[in-house]
Write a protein that binds this ligand. Structure first.
Ligand code: CP
Length: 308
């Protein structure tokens, strides 16, 4: 039962609950008008203490398309946080005005703190370099729509695996399905943190780590590209040195399987050449739209089936 729950960490959802959210999202894709009034009278609070285009706007579009309304802010400077208000007090306040909250915050663990005081369902829309569970639902909907399965896939995660919260969330989740193989592609400095590996894998034999995309691209069913996360570097020189570690272009795509799909949570900087956008295997702009449907489904589930 998802009604009334928070979504903070990808592990908050069981495999059955993930399928439940996916099934509803697929129904919404097929018949969006059937859901166009389901959240009438409900209010979503969007608290974005860190910049966002897709996550914030897709949450807002999702609630509007469900017939509900939205309040919130897109930067902490326009909230009373700038006057020194604590996160706990902000959450208590927004709970008085809204039925459900989506929050993005630059600090790891902030979503847990917010969850400890909220009285309405609270969704983590990204907490620092930690987790981004609704991006994972977006990724999963893209995968199920493209591949029709979550099992028996070879998944390459490429780029900034250290700071990339979308990678941490997706990896933990895809491990829950059957017989998936993981190839972690990154420079040494941007390898996936040990705490994420420890949470996702039982042993070193469950994944492969490589530095060159060209060495493994022909094995992949899914290539998950990521941006080097400039905002999480302590040192500009390190960012400049690492930012163009991977650039996916048409030449590299020629080495890939004919049915490999390329995902990217976006925003992209240089890591995928625009020439790849025309390749039918590039599904990252479809992924943007699936994000809205995944969030529509999640909002309905957390607010409760009785609104259906
Ligand atoms: N994928 C994602 O989280 O994008 P935004 O930062 O634009 O929300």
């Amino acid at each position: 039962m998802l009604k009334g729950r928070n979504l903070i960490n990808p592990d908050d959802l069981s495999v059955d609950e993930i399928y439940e959210i996916m099934t509803l999202a697929q129904k919404i894709i097929k018949s969006p008008m059937e859901y166009s009034n389901i959240c009438k009278g409900r209010i979503l609070g969007t608290l974005f203490f860190e910049p966002s285009t897709r996550t914030r706007l897709s949450f807002e579009a999702a609630m509007h398309r469900l017939g509900g309304s939205v309040i919130g802010f897109s930067e902490s400077a326009s909230s009373s946080t700038s006057k020194g208000e604590s996160l706990s007090d902000t959450i208590r306040t927004v709970c008085a005005y809204s039925d459900i909250i989506a929050m993005r915050h630059p600090k790891e663990g902030s979503a847990h703190l917010a969850a400890s005081v909220t009285t309405v369902p609270l969704i983590n829309a990204g907490d620092g370099g930690h987790y981004h569970p609704t991006q994972t639902l977006t990724d999963l909907l893209t995968i199920i729509e493209s591949k029709n399965t979550f099992d028996n896939l070879t998944i390459g995660l490429c780029g900034d695996l250290k700071f990339g919260r979308t990678v941490h969330s997706l990896l933990k989740t895809m491990k829950k399905f059957e017989n998936n193989k993981f190839i972690l592609i990154s420079p040494t400095e941007l390898k996936i943190p040990n705490y994420v590996k420890a949470l996702a894998f039982k042993g070193d034999d469950e994944y492969v780590e490589v530095e060159k995309l060209e060495d493994v691209i022909d094995q992949l069913d899914i290539l998950y590209m990521t941006r080097v996360q400039k905002e999480r570097f302590f040192n500009e020189a390190d960012y400049v040195r690492l930012k163009d570690s991977y650039i996916l272009n048409s030449k590299k795509m020629q080495m890939a399987k004919k049915d490999m799909i390329v995902l990217h949570p976006l925003p992209r900087v240089n890591e995928i050449s625009v020439e790849v956008d025309e390749d039918p295997r590039a599904v990252y702009f479809d992924q943007v739209k699936y994000g809205m449907y995944a969030r529509m489904s999640l909002i309905i589930k957390l607010l409760g089936e009785e609104i259906c």
